[in-house]
Design a protein around this ligand. Sequence first.
Ligand SMILES: CC(C)(COP(=O)(O)OP(=O)(O)OC[C@H]1O[C@@H](n2cnc3c(N)ncnc32)[C@H](O)[C@@H]1OP(=O)(O)O)[C@@H](O)C(=O)NCCC(=O)NCCS
Length: 168
Amino acid sequence: MTAHAIAVRLAGARDAQEIALMSRDLVESGLGWKYDAARVQQAIRDPETLAPVACDHGRVAGFAIMEFGEERAHLVLLAIRPTHRRMGIGRRLVEWLVESARAAGIASLHLELRTGNEAARGFYRALGFDETIVVPGYYRGRESALRMIRVLRATGPVPHTWRRPSTT
Ligand SMILES: CC(C)(COP(=O)(O)OP(=O)(O)OC[C@H]1O[C@@H](n2cnc3c(N)ncnc32)[C@H](O)[C@@H]1OP(=O)(O)O)[C@@H](O)C(=O)NCCC(=O)NCCS
């Protein structure tokens, strides 16, 4: 299998259960299961949220969930199956979200990860995110989180680049 065989598309209702199980096993393990199928379904339906999935022959190999605000977007979840790691799939999903965020006029991307998650730390650094602060007890009072940020543009109004086409 090569990374070229992977297709990225938006998640649909039929993906909720698969994504929820991946979140339970690959992201939330040891913390309790917050992103169950109902919660993931809610995120997929939310017009302020984007949930792309990377599929390998129809099966979800990786997914991400990002919530969009006015100027800030929050990467809530991201996971790639262990069998599909280090093939550029995580990068592809995040860059897909970065392009969507730029198009939406987002100024900065934010995320949290467990402070001990060295793999994700290395991954996000490689994708241009900077570490900001550690939040003790962020994960249900049990584990601390490291916050990271990627700035896309200066805050404030989006530069006005559109011009009415000339009719002459
Ligand atoms: C973190 C994670 C999403 C990375 O996904 P991935 O598809 O394997 O990452 P990519 O192949 O796109 O890696 C892109 C770059 O990130 C960096 N990177 C990726 N995994 C890394 C690791 N384990 N250690 C250090 N750097 C890493 C590398 O620079 C890599 O480029 P390279 O392979 O050319 O060296 C994946 O390991 C994962 O799902 N982990 C479990 C869930 C998790 O921790 N999610 C994030 C917190 S919510």
